[in-house]
Design a protein around this ligand. Structure first.
Ligand code: E4P
Length: 218
């Protein structure tokens, strides 16, 4: 299972990269705005800065919602760095844009997936990744993990090469359950990744080992 970090914060990306378990980064317009990044030149410079840190795919989202606009923006983003994956919303023109980029060999991430039908459409259009937003489904009392399961079955039935990128991950149990189901990738905050490595018995055990060592060694 690949681990992507879902942020545009360079310090957090650096920290996750140093942890040695990072496979990529996802961003979206809200995450870029959160970091105070605005204006075409600044946004592009920020993507280049992210690519310089991470060893893996970096999803950069288009703002346009019409076919021509998505193609223009996507091509500009893809030209920034070979790590860039063009992130495209699940709308009708987005499906056409996915097909265009897929035919050109440019990687894509179809975002804002909330149903198995949407994932199937994106896979048929040749998306590299589909991003089902599990946390946002949970927010409206719908089990996001059911969607991951359903997409897994469909993609396996037909051997689609499209990878399931479980997005809107909020906590460590999301990651574990996505891994059990067989999501190819998860993207979430650094806090959810770090929570995976924690256990109170590990802390208690380590404290005891160190105390015993200190006692025996004066
Ligand atoms: C995915 O690529 C999105 O950036 C993201 O996972 C959305 O997560 P949120 O629902 O926590 O905003």
């Amino acid at each position: 299972m690949k681990f992507f970090i879902d942020t545009a914060n360079l310090a957090q990306i650096q920290e996750a990269q140093e942890l040695g378990v990072l496979d990529g980064v996802t961003t979206n317009p809200s995450l870029m705005a959160k970091e105070g990044i605005s204006g075409d030149a600044n946004v592009k410079a920020h993507y280049k800065a992210i690519c310089a840190i991470v060893d893996g795919d970096v999803s950069a989202e288009v703002i346009a919602t019409d076919y021509e606009g998505m193609i223009k923006e996507g091509e500009e983003l893809a030209a920034l760095d070979e790590k860039i994956v063009v992130k495209i919303p699940m709308i009708k023109d987005g499906v056409k844009a996915l097909k265009y980029f897929s035919d050109k060999g440019i990687k894509t991430n179809c975002t804002l997936i909330f149903s198995a039908g949407q994932a199937l459409m994106a896979a048929k259009a040749g998306a590299t990744y589909v991003s089902p937003f599990i946390g946002r489904l949970d927010d409206i009392s719908t089990d996001g993990l059911d969607l991951i399961e359903s997409i897994r079955i469909i993609f396996d039935n037909y051997d689609f090469g499209t990878e399931i990128l479980a997005a809107s991950v909020r906590h460590p149990m999301h990651i574990i359950q996505c891994a059990e189901i067989g999501a190819d990738v998860m993207t979430g905050p650094l806090s959810a990744m770090e929570a995976l490595l924690k256990h109170p018995l590990t802390d208690i055990g380590l404290a005891k080992f160190l105390a015993d060592h200190a006692k025996a060694n004066g």
